[in-house]
Design a protein around this ligand. Structure first.
Ligand code: ZN
Length: 289
């Protein structure tokens, strides 16, 4: 299984925290019919994207990207010691899988210059913070944490109505520590990092395009969850806040990168999670590299 990719002057490492059956396919993707699932069952199982009980297999991972100037962590997964009673595999966990994977990628928490979150859902912010002496502190002490302003504002509003635990324990402590930057969609870091607005899954969801002068790689966050959605971009998932916009965004992004050299680094596709987008009929496939 490939964990490291080199493209242009970037080096990309996958940092996997969990990879396992996650949610029954027909429930996770409300528009998916039993017929369409049946037609796609064989290749989905072969790709290890679907188990024998028709449960979608998802990977939960960060990417560490080294540009000539910076070491950047994209999305911070699930985290430890977080109270997530609805998800037993994520609840109050204490394993060292993530930190070992980070070490295997050759970086320490001190080495990260920027943490960039595609959006502020529970499985993308977890390691933003860790528990130290009974309080949440930024895990990456030297990093600036980059949040899209629109996304941050949305969750600030939601959190004011009723506490959103991942926002409270994995985003606000970073803000209190003064380590955050709220950015607009025109934000760039040097000549290597650009924001691609990709609303739908959440209102302020963004993808990150990286590479000098061209998009050598794109990090798609949760604009897509399963390889099934490359073939059926119109199928949104249960937690897409705006299902119609999510579908439109998905097709637009797949079209933008279709038959290009850009490495598509997905958040949740099963391993290897990374590939290039090719056209297939009126839709797409993500071909492993
Ligand atoms: Zn996610």
């Amino acid at each position: 299984m490939s964990l490291k990719y080199s493209v242009g002057d970037l080096t990309i490492h996958r940092v996997i925290e969990q990879e396992s059956p996650f949610f029954p396919a027909l429930e996770f993707i409300p528009g998916l019919t039993a017929e369409v699932l049946a037609e796609n069952r064989a290749w989905m199982r072969h790709a290890k994207a679907l188990d024998d009980a028709d449960t979608l297999i998802l990977c939960f991972q960060s990417y560490v990207v080294k540009t000539p100037h910076h070491t950047i962590l994209i999305d911070s997964c699930i985290g430890n010691d977080k109270s997530r009673p609805q998800r037993p595999k994520w609840h109050m966990k204490t394993d060292d899988t993530y930190m070992r994977a980070l070490g295997a990628a050759g970086v320490s928490v001190e080495d990260i210059d920027f943490v960039m979150c595609t959006h502020l859902h529970v499985d993308h912010v977890g390691w933003n913070t860790r528990m130290e002496n009974g309080r949440w502190v930024p895990t990456f002490p030297k990093a600036r944490y980059v949040f899209a302003k629109q996304e941050f504002d949305y969750w600030t509003e939601q959190n004011a109505k009723a506490e959103v635990p991942p926002f409270a324990d994995s985003v606000l402590p970073v803000v209190e520590a003064g380590r955050h930057e709220l950015v607009g969609n025109d934000h760039q870091i040097g000549d290597h990092v650009r924001i691609v607005p990709t609303p739908g899954h959440t209102p302020g969801h963004v993808a990150f395009a990286m590479g000098r002068g061209k998009d050598d790689a794109v990090f798609t966050g949760d604009l897509i969850h399963s390889p099934l959605q490359t073939l059926y971009p119109e199928l949104s998932m249960k937690f897409d806040v705006d299902q119609a916009i999510a579908a439109k965004t998905r097709r637009n992004v797949l079209e933008r990168y279709c038959d290009t050299d850009t490495l598509c680094c997905t958040a949740h596709f099963p391993s290897p999670s990374v590939g290039r987008i090719k056209r297939k009929g009126n839709a797409f496939v993500c071909e492993s590299v």
